[in-house]
Design a protein around this ligand. Sequence first.
Ligand code: CMC
Length: 428
Amino acid sequence: MNKPEEFAELKFDGKTIKLPVVRGTENEIGLDISKLRPQSGWITLDPGYTSTGSCQSAITFIDGEKGILRYRGYPIEELAEKSTFLEVAHLLLYGELPTAEELDRFTDTVRRHTMLHEDFRRFFSALPKDAHPMPVLAAAVGALATFYPEHDDAESLNHVHVGVVRLLAKMPTLAAAAFKHSIGQPTMWPRNDLDYASNFLRMMFGVPAEEYVIDPVIAKAVDLLLILHADHEQNCSTSSVRLVGSSQSHLFSGIAAGISALWGPLHGGANQKVIEMLERIATEHGTADRFVERAKDKSSNTRLMGFGHRVYKSYDPRAKILKKTCNDVISRVGGSSQLLEIAMRLEEIALNDDYFISRNLYPNVDFYSGVIYKAIGIPVNMFTVMFALGRLPGWIAQWMEMRADPTFKIGRPRQIYTGATVRHIPGR
Ligand code: CMC
C-alpha cells in the first residue's frame, strides 16, 4: 500500500527536508512529518487539526466531497438496510460481519453482562435529580472502571474482550437508569430475552407496575439510529478516546472522555440544539426564513444547528437515510409532523441560499435524528445519550486499533509559544 520511495520536499531556511508520502487504500495522501522536528527543529501548526491526520486506520472511510461513509468497506446505506446494531458492532470491533453462529455467541455474551453492580444504585442518588444525563453517563462510565479495574490490562486480550462486552452491555442500562433517576421512577433492570434496542426501550419507558409492549417499528428505528452513529473516524470524541487511551489509561476512562467530548453543541450535542431550534421556530410561527437570516449574520452568534460538517462538503449520507426514516416513523406513531415540516423548510431555504452553497453547508446526521427521537418519545436531554450509545462500538474499536498499533506512542502535540520571554520577579 505505502510506497516508501515517494517523498515530498519541504524547503525552508536553506534546508530541504524529505517527507515520506503515505497513501491509503482509497488513495488518500498523507505527508509523514513525524521526523520533521528531529531533522529540522520545526513543527507544523494546525489549530483544529483541519489538515492533520493523527493515525492510520482501517475502520471507517469517509469521502466528504462525494458523501460516502463506509464501515470496514461496507457502505452505510447497505448496513442500514441489511444489518443490526450488534452485527455492526461486531464488524467495527473485530473487522468482519459475524456469521450466524458468531452473532449468536456475541449477542449471548452481551446479554449476560447487562446488569449493574447493586452498589451502583447509590451512585445515581448522589447526583442532582435535574442533572443533564450526559455528564451523568460520563461519570457513571468512569465510575464503572472502579468496579472492573482488571480492564486496564490492555496486554491481556481476554481482559480487553470482557471489558468491551461489559461496556456494550451496560451502557444502555446506565443510560436508562440515569433517565429513570431524573424523573423519579424506579429503575427498570434489563431483560435479557429482548434484543438490544427493545431492551433499552423497555428500561426507558417501562414501569414495574405493568407490562411494556414493544413496538417493533420503534425498536427498528432505534437500531437504525444506533447503526448510523456507530463510527465516524477521527472526530472530536473519538480523538479524545484515542488521546486519553494513549497514556495507557483504563478503557472505561477513555470512553468517559469520549462521552464528555460528544456532549458539546458543535458535536453530538447538536441533536438537542436542533430540536430546540425547531421548537422555537414552531412557537414563533413561521420564522424559518428569519432564523436562516440570523444564522448567516456573524454578529448574531447563531448557527443553523445540524448544518455543516468538518469533513462532509456534500449531503451527509446519514442525514439522507434519516430524512426518509422520519416520514416512516411519524406515519407509524401518528405524531405531529410539524417539526419535520419546519426542518424540511429550513433545509430548502438553506440549500438555495448563496451563503450555505458557497460554504458547502448541508444537513448533517443531527439535523433529522432529533425529529425521530422526539416522535418516539425520547426526552430532548437524552438525545445526545442516544448518540453516545450508538458511537460506543466505534470508540472502542478505535481504542483497540490504537493499542494494537506497533507504532503506538502517547499522544502529545507541540505548540508555538507566544507568551512573555524570560523575565524575573522584581526586587527579590
Ligand atoms: N450555520 C451557519 N454558518 C455556518 C454553519 C452553520 N451551521 N456551519 C459553518 N458555518 C460557516 C462558518 O461561520 C464559516 O463561515 P466563514 O467562512 O464565513 O467564517 C464557515 O461556514 C466554515 O465553518 P467552520 O466553523 O470554520 O467549519 P468547521 O469545520 O470548523 O465546523 C461544524 C464544522 C460542524 C462545527 C460547523 O459546521 C457547525 O458549527 N455546525 C453547527 C453545529 C452542528 O450541527 N454540529 C454537528 C456536527 S455533525 C455530527 C457530529 O459531529 O456530532
